[in-house]
Ligand binder design. Structure first.
Ligand code: NAD
Length: 417
């Protein structure tokens, strides 16, 4: 029996075995590659504004130490459990290896709806979670970053809490911080920027000049992706978050949507006329589809109904293995930019932030963006070449490259890491 259960972990395991079969990995090596090095579970008590005390469960899963420290985001969401966090940590490992970063994957989270907390309560929970994690993280052990439900402010609280326990400022303990507290230029935009850069590369590969796009999720990744698409002249004809869904074939006013979300935090209340059914958002006809919210939103049935040309997976794990089978069988090929490639911009610029913090030597945003593009283009080239060579889809190719790198490091190092 393993503590790692649930549909998201099952999906990560299923994907891993597809890759292990593809690269011919012996059975006895597989559990060693798949199962996390360690998992930490903590209870985080906070004082609520009404004077009561509440306790939230938090987790951190560190997948492997074979290539360096672990690295990965922290998610605040009511769906968080140890299986989901482990799956996200495993995907981070393949992603970091594919991008050539010196990290193993990690992920953390707290089971909480962050929208139900006041700012004071969110600060209390963020600080308590980091305080509980202090014995298990460090700039050369495990470096956190933002994910769903957390942001630059939460990272600043994490960094401050860790630092005060060390008696000195340790900016390199987390990435995705505000520039004012040791963050890097370009980190907040990095994931969405990378998503759109790679979606355009994919379009170019199939000879498509994209005119329309649909974006699910309007948080950090979704909103920046929408802005980048609009800046490149692609009409954003559908968007959604957990509160509202809007569509307009003439193109939605992305700037106005961004201003609305900056003021209200959510899309709800933006427009009555453009309201649309969230159930049909993903199957709307468009050139580029960007799922930028949750896992497992594209199942086999949705995959059969997709009407996009490029599927740019900004979220982690948006497409189930069953959906992959359907996509592979479709005659009208959809170019899938798989999550571990598509959203890698975030961890790549997190790596730049860590390097800058360790050296206390900061780069200009142009340099950050140019180096980001270089790494993403290299990975994109490797994935498309591997897909062609092996006659497989982009996901299998991307994951095979990532898994092989970790496997090779484990083989030369031995059993410890
Ligand atoms: P976020 O919390 O900033 O935004 C999440 C968005 O998803 C919100 O707009 C929320 O309303 C929306 N959402 C939630 N449930 C929804 C639903 N049922 N339908 C439609 N929208 C829904 O989170 P984020 O940082 O933008 O992360 C989004 C995805 O991208 C996650 O899968 C995350 O793991 C992945 N990701 C994030 C980063 C990063 O740098 N932040 C990097 C790589 C991957």
């Amino acid at each position: 029996m393993s503590i790692y259960t649930g549909p998201v972990f099952d999906m990560a395991r299923q994907q891993f075995h597809i890759i292990a079969d593809h690269i011919g990995m012996p059975e006895d090596q597989r559990d060693r590659l798949l199962y996390p090095k360690r998992a930490i579970a903590v209870s985080c008590p906070i004082h609520r504004d009404d004077g009561t005390t509440a306790v939230f469960q938090g987790y951190r899963v560190q997948h492997h130490l074979s290539l360096g420290p672990t690295k990965g985001g922290t998610r605040f969401s009511s769906s968080v459990d140890v299986g989901e966090v482990a799956a996200l940590a495993i995907w981070m490992s393949w992603k970091c290896a594919l991008a050539g970063l010196p990290y193993g994957g990690a992920k953390g989270g707290v089971t909480v709806d962050p929208g139900s907390l006041s700012l004071r309560e969110l600060e209390g929970l963020s600080r308590r979670y980091m305080q509980e994690m202090i014995p298990f993280v460090g700039p050369h052990t495990d470096v956190m970053a933002p994910d769903m439900g957390t942001n630059e402010q939460v990272m600043a609280w994490f960094m401050d809490t860790y630092s005060m326990y060390q008696g000195k400022t340790v900016t390199e303990i987390v990435t995705g911080k505000p520039v004012a507290s040791g963050g890097t230029a370009g980190r907040r935009e990095a994931t969405g920027r990378g998503v759109v850069h790679l979606a355009m590369r994919a379009a170019e590969t199939i000879g498509l000049t994209p005119k329309t796009a649909v974006v699910q999720g309007f948080g950090n990744v979704g909103s920046v992706s929408a802005a980048e698409l609009a800046a490149r002249g692609v009409k954003v004809i559908g968007v959604s978050d957990h509160t509202a869904c809007y569509a307009d074939p003439r193109g939605l006013p992305v700037d106005a949507l961004l201003r609305h979300v900056a003021a209200k935090r959510v899309l709800a209340g933006f427009s009555q006329e453009a309201l649309a059914d969230p159930a049909s958002l993903l199957t709307q006809e468009c050139d580029i589809l960007v799922p930028a919210a949750l896992e497992r939103v594209i199942d086999a049935a949705t995959a059969a109904d997709l009407r996009c040309r490029v599927l740019a997976e900004a979220a982690n794990g948006p497409t189930t293995p069953d959906a992959d089978v359907v996509l592979a069988q479709r005659q009208d090929e959809i170019f899938v930019v798989p999550d571990i490639l598509c959203n890698a911009g975030g961890v790549v610029v997190s790596y730049f932030e860590w390097v800058q913090d360790l050296q206390q030597f900061f780069w200009h945003e142009d340099e950050v963006n140019a180096r980001l593009k270089q790494i993403l283009d290299r990975a994109f080239g490797q994935v498309t070449a591997r897909a062609k060579r092996d006659g497989v889809g982009q996901r299998t190719a991307a994951m095979a490259i990532g898994v092989e790198k970790v496997y090779a490091a484990k083989q030369v190092r031995g059993l410890f890491p």
